[in-house]
Design a protein around this ligand. Structure first.
Ligand code: 0O2
Ligand code: 0O2
Length: 272
């Protein structure tokens, strides 16, 4: 390909990156509105520099007239997530989209690279509408956590500087740093699990409490005033205790419910 053609050649890729960035940023804000947090933290994109395209073509022995199919990441989108679990979720959303076609995936999380690199890659075919009609371009979507991104960004700049001659000692230290980033991701995931579990527990407990208070209130409808006062006092006692005993609240709820169903049956029998 002649040097003068680069602008025209790269135009659909630029358009693809711009459109895909908007789409994934929109997905982020949409998910954020629906849920308490978005599985997408932020999105970036770039088109590969001409020098990098030429270098990669040489390295992969891609002929100059086959760059469109031979180099998959001329258009690149990067999606950063807070937690490892989010990566799979984002991949599911991408697979379900009707405006692109996933051609293949590379799971460098399960099968991390020798360098220590971790990320989930999806190679997609994306149709761009140009002045001359539709053109399908390839794009690479890299999905990774903030920790994976932190490591990859620094490793990229260091490796780039040293090229092939990265000293063995540095290579090993980078690998160790990748393990540390992975440990950090795992730790954050398990802390998150615990927080979610604690939140659920808190919601369950407050549900039981409101059920009990409602049930006590219902006792008045059956003229069980003394019982209602008695249960209210017993509840107050448990509630005022610094380590509120959920089991005791559950037990009390069971007792009040049993009394209510007896009272209900009594009323029904009277009606007959
Ligand atoms: P290469 O070809 O990947 O080595 P600049 O590119 O620095 O002149 P700009 O527009 O600020 O200016 O670049 P940006 O978007 O900050 O990207 C800089 C670097 O971030 C790129 O390196 C990429 O390595 C990386 N990057 C950002 N987003 C993506 C993405 O979605 N996919 C991929 N593969 N890389 C991304 P280089 O050296 O510019 O390009
Ligand atoms: P850039 O500058 O980010 O665009 P390859 O494995 O290199 O022969 P392939 O099969 O096209 O070629 O790519 P692969 O392995 O799926 O990786 C594609 C991209 O993932 C790379 O693009 C990087 O952005 C990123 N990547 C892969 N391995 C590493 C790694 O060890 N460290 C870092 N920091 N990034 C990695 P480019 O074109 O190599 O680079």
């Amino acid at each position: 390909m002649d040097g003068r053609d680069w602008g025209t050649f790269l135009q659909p890729y630029e358009q693809a990156v711009e459109e895909l960035k908007v789409k994934f940023k929109t997905m982020r804000s949409e998910l954020k509105k629906r849920e308490e947090y978005a599985p997408i933290e932020f999105v970036t994109g770039r088109i590969k520099k001409i020098s990098s395209i030429l270098e990669k073509a040489k390295r992969l022995q891609v002929p100059m007239d086959q760059l469109e199919t031979g180099i998959e990441d001329i258009a690149g989108i990067r999606i950063m997530c807070q937690f490892v679990e989010d990566i799979r979720r984002v991949a599911v959303y991408i697979r379900a989209r009707k405006d692109l076609k996933v051609l293949f995936e590379k799971d460098y999380i399960t099968n991390y690279k020798e360098s220590g690199y971790r990320s989930f890659h999806m190679i997609v075919e994306y149709p761009v509408q140009t002045a001359l009609g539709q053109k399908n371009v390839l794009a690479e979507i890299q999905i990774r956590t903030l920790a994976m991104n932190f490591w990859a960004t620094i490793e990229h700049s260091l490796s780039y500087k040293y090229r092939e001659s990265l000293p063995e000692e540095i290579r090993l230290r980078l690998k160790k740093a990748a393990e540390a980033a992975n440990t950090l991701d795992n730790e954050m995931s398990s802390i998150r699990e615990e927080i979610l579990e604690a939140q659920k527990q808190f919601e369950d407990n407050s549900n039981i409490t409101s059920q009990l208070l409602k049930a006590i209130h219902q006792l008045y409808f059956y003229h069980l005033v003394n019982e209602a006062i008695d249960y209210q006092e017993r509840f107050n006692e448990i509630w005022q205790n610094p380590d509120q005993d959920v089991e005791a609240i559950k037990e009390l709820l069971g007792e009040v419910k049993a009394l209510l169903s007896l009272a209900k049956r009594g009323v029904e029998e009277q009606d007959v």
